[in-house]
Design a protein around this ligand. Structure first.
Ligand SMILES: [Zn+2]
Length: 357
């Protein structure tokens, strides 16, 4: 806990500071930026049957596998270009208002959409159109990372990377992977060929690994050593391997962590013993994200205003984490430099407001 935290007299001020702090978000699945209301409305529009239209029940899961069933169903309501563009735009607007979002990277899974008739460009073009409009109107930069769906085969993943290379888009800068294999494992090494192809073409890479108690620290090691990722999503089990933790720290490897989702997917309580806190204490480069905001009823703002204090962290930690998100981003160096300058200016203004309060 830092000194600034201790000097504050009212919880409301801390909450306001954390909400107003400019934020990056690196670990955000595009589908999950849809609001609950829009999800239910689109399901109704396209005759997609949801288990319930009560958000309290719709977003109740017991574990990661259970959640993924709901997530895959939700992709079914995203069909028309205007819906994709509107979801993209509205998601930015909401998080600017609620959490001072300034830059975000999105994971998009074309393999979920292709069987429903939306090919790569039909999916990506309207998303990019919506995000560009939001960038123009709201000043929130973005990049897109194409995510391998681990339900599908390694060969399908290689085809996906080839599709990326055949359809170059300046906003699409990286490859990731999410979901679970049909055996409900992470098994990052299964997709090594796709990662090698992506790296050889100059794409940046990341991977979901070491998320749950059942996912070995070895999965994080495979992602780092064999897939040679530029950053790791989750990666919580790394703290159970001190040698790997030291190596990741020494090379400045970034971890895009998602506190709130761990309460469901990993079964953990958010408190000072949380693995994300241990990763921060071990000197790893860590940022906070919402992962699947609508499904976990969170937001990038809430990760800072609620999860961060629950881990026993304060304002100075929050500043370090959001700046670390710029370090871990896949955008170009000029974009990073302008983000750092903007964040520094906003933090100075916030600090002045705090000092005069
Ligand atoms: Zn994720």
């Amino acid at each position: 806990m830092d000194d600034t935290w201790l000097r504050l007299t009212g919880a409301m001020r801390v909450d306001d500071y954390l909400r107003l702090l400019p934020k990056t978000e690196l670990h955000c699945h595009f589908t999950s930026t849809m609001s609950a209301g829009r999800l239910i409305a689109l399901a109704d529009k396209y005759g997609v049957e949801l288990p319930t239209t009560d958000p309290e029940q719709l977003f109740a899961y017991t574990d990661l596998a259970d959640f993924l069933v709901a997530f895959r169903a939700a992709t079914d309501v995203l069909r028309e270009p205007e819906d994709l563009a509107q979801v993209a735009y509205d998601g930015v607007r909401t998080d600017v208002a609620d959490g001072s979002l300034r830059y975000r990277e999105y994971y998009v899974n074309p393999q979920y959409f292709a069987p429903k008739g939306l090919d790569y460009r039909a999916l990506l073009d309207p998303i990019i159109e919506g995000l560009r409009a939001a960038e123009t109107d709201l000043g929130v930069g973005f990049r897109i990372v194409i995510a391998i769906n681990r339900q599908d085969s390694p060969g399908s993943a290689v085809e996906l990377v080839q599709t990326m290379l055949d359809n170059p888009l300046p906003e699409v800068v990286g490859l990731g992977m999410d979901d679970l294999t049909p055996e409900l494992t992470e098994d990052p090494g299964r997709f090594a060929e796709a990662y090698a192809l992506a790296r050889s073409a100059g794409l940046r890479t990341t991977a979901h690994a070491g998320e749950r108690p059942v996912d070995s620290p070895e999965n994080v090691r495979v992602a780092i050593d064999e897939l040679e990722v530029d950053r790791v999503d989750h990666g919580y089990r790394i703290v159970d391997d001190p040698e790997l933790t030291a190596r990741a720290r020494d090379k400045g490897l970034h971890f895009a962590t998602t506190p709130w989702s761990t309460t469901i997917c990993s079964g953990w309580t958010i408190d000072p013993s949380h693995r994300i806190r241990a990763m921060i204490d071990a000197g790893l480069s860590v940022s906070l994200s919402s992962d699947d905001a609508v499904f976990f009823r969170t937001s990038v703002g809430r990760e800072y205003t609620e999860a961060l204090p629950l881990m026993g962290l304060g304002i100075e930690d929050a500043k370090r984490l959001t700046l670390a998100g710029i370090d871990g981003a896949f955008c170009d160096d000029d974009t990073k430099a302008s983000l750092r300058a903007r964040f520094a200016a906003e933090m100075l203004a916030l600090n002045a407001a705090l000092a005069s309060a």
